[in-house]
Write a protein that binds this ligand. Structure first.
Ligand code: CTP
Length: 406
């Protein structure tokens, strides 16, 4: 019930995903929020205002000139709401919002919002990847709007691609996150996050890899961007879609990852190494596919330790930046090993995971280990853990948390 006592306006745009706004409203209510609905005229073609009026117990507003309101309905809604959620946000709505238009009740309410505005875009892949949309999302982010999704999946057209509305639970998570005090406390902080496994090629078709899903690194990137950081996400091969507003650099091997990170580290305020970098790579990569031939022995050579190199370089320079965070996955002596890693790699914080938890799942249990000691955290979602890690990064950066929203 994390949204108890919160008042949310759900502003529905005219896309096929509009019918899912019903589920979003219910999820908001399930978490304790009071919801009112505004919708564009085209949204009413996909979902009936009566449905939303019935669900929320207050009339869904479609008309800016609704005679039931003595005053200005958009001003009233904007002032009433702790947050305004636009779901689904169509290409057209994003463009009009970015241009500062306010010619219907949805946009006028967005313009009058006194709290955070969260956009949950949904559209065809070609519309989402259109340069105009990219530009509009950047403009809206620049004035403090938060984004959740879209995600990859089946689209209304029957195709599979990027542009599907995020799951209702994730959308409501984003509303919760935007309402958390200090939601933009990392404004302007330059943060590099690494994620996923590395693939070390044996030949053109085979590689050595590991089971890292990349979810922890992507959660860090998403939460950091939502909190205002300028995020660069260096990821190994993963099947995940990067969050909106994050610069993504795709790499494959540990050597490529090292190059991508080392060449950018000096311009970062913090580097969080969530990637499961392979410690070894085959001593040689065959140019052609290897033929089977009885028993085979592989010779592996050590990969550079990217985090260790960053820590040593920083120590050599006598610098405090970038703040360095590493992960440790251990099967035994979790805290002792994490402490040893903290000192050896000369970093500020180690997030120590038990090997039994983590990887593909959406939750994680970890301890945060720094020079002052270890804090064992309860099991929580990777997004929640990301926030705890980012809190530590912020403390380390000495960035003041902004005052709570009025
Ligand atoms: N890491 C790295 N480069 C590597 C290997 C690991 O930057 N070649 C980073 C990981 O991203 C992680 C941290 O170092 O943040 C811990 O990695 P881990 O493999 O657990 O630690 P090791 O020091 O390799 O220790 P172990 O002996 O347990 O393998």
């Amino acid at each position: 019930m994390d949204l108890r006592d919160k008042r949310i306006v759900v502003a529905i745009g005219g896309g096929i995903a509009a019918f899912k706004a019903v589920e979003v409203v219910r999820e908001l209510q399930r978490r304790g929020a009071t919801v009112r609905v505004a919708m564009t005229a085209s949204a009413t073609r996909f979902v009936g205002p009566i449905t939303l009026t019935g669900l929320t117990g207050t009339p869904a507003v479609v008309d800016l000139w609704d005679p039931r309101y003595a005053g200005e309905v958009h001003v009233e809604l904007g002032a009433w709401a702790d947050a305004v959620l636009v779901a689904p946000a169509t290409m057209n709505l994003l463009g009009r919002a970015a241009a500062g238009l306010a010619d219907d009740v949805v946009l006028a309410t967005v313009a009058c919002a006194r709290g955070p505005v969260i956009f949950a875009p949904a559209m065809h892949t070609r519309m989402w990847t259109h340069p105009a949309t990219t530009h509009n999302v950047e403009r809206l982010r620049a004035v403090g709007a938060a984004f959740v999704g879209p995600v990859e999946g089946p689209l209304a057209s029957g195709e599979i691609g990027m542009g599907r509305l995020a799951e209702p639970a994730r959308i409501v998570d984003a509303v919760e996150a935007a309402l958390r005090p200090g939601a933009t406390d990392l404004e302007g902080v330059r943060l590099l996050v690494s994620a996923g496994p590395t693939h070390e090629d044996l030949d053109p078709v085979r590689f050595l890899g590991n089971r890292s899903s990349g979810k922890m690194g992507f959660a860090l990137a998403e939460r950091a961007a939502a909190r205002g950081a300028l995020v660069t996400l260096v990821s190994g091969p993963v099947a995940l879609t990067p969050p909106a507003g994050v610069t993504r650099i795709e790499v494959r091997s540990a050597l490529q990852m090292r190059e991508a990170i080392a060449s950018r580290a000096d311009e970062q305020d913090a580097v969080v190494m969530a990637a499961a970098v392979a410690d070894y790579r085959p001593s040689e990569r065959a140019e052609h596919k290897r033929k089977k031939a009885g028993e085979v022995q592989l010779t592996l050579v050590r990969n550079p330790d990217i985090l260790l190199e960053l820590g040593e370089r920083r120590a050599r320079l006598g610098a405090h930046r970038p703040v360095l965070v590493g992960f440790a996955l251990e099967t035994q002596d979790l805290l002792d090993n994490a402490r040893a890693k903290l000192e050896r790699k000369k970093v500020d914080l180690i997030v120590a995971n038990e090997a039994a938890v983590g990887f593909a799942g959406d939750t994680n249990r970890a301890s945060l280990v720094d020079a002052a000691g270890a804090t064992a955290l309860p099991a929580m979602s990777k997004h929640a853990l990301a926030d705890r890690i980012l809190d530590r990064v912020r403390e380390r950066l000495g960035v003041e948390a902004p005052p709570e929203r009025a």
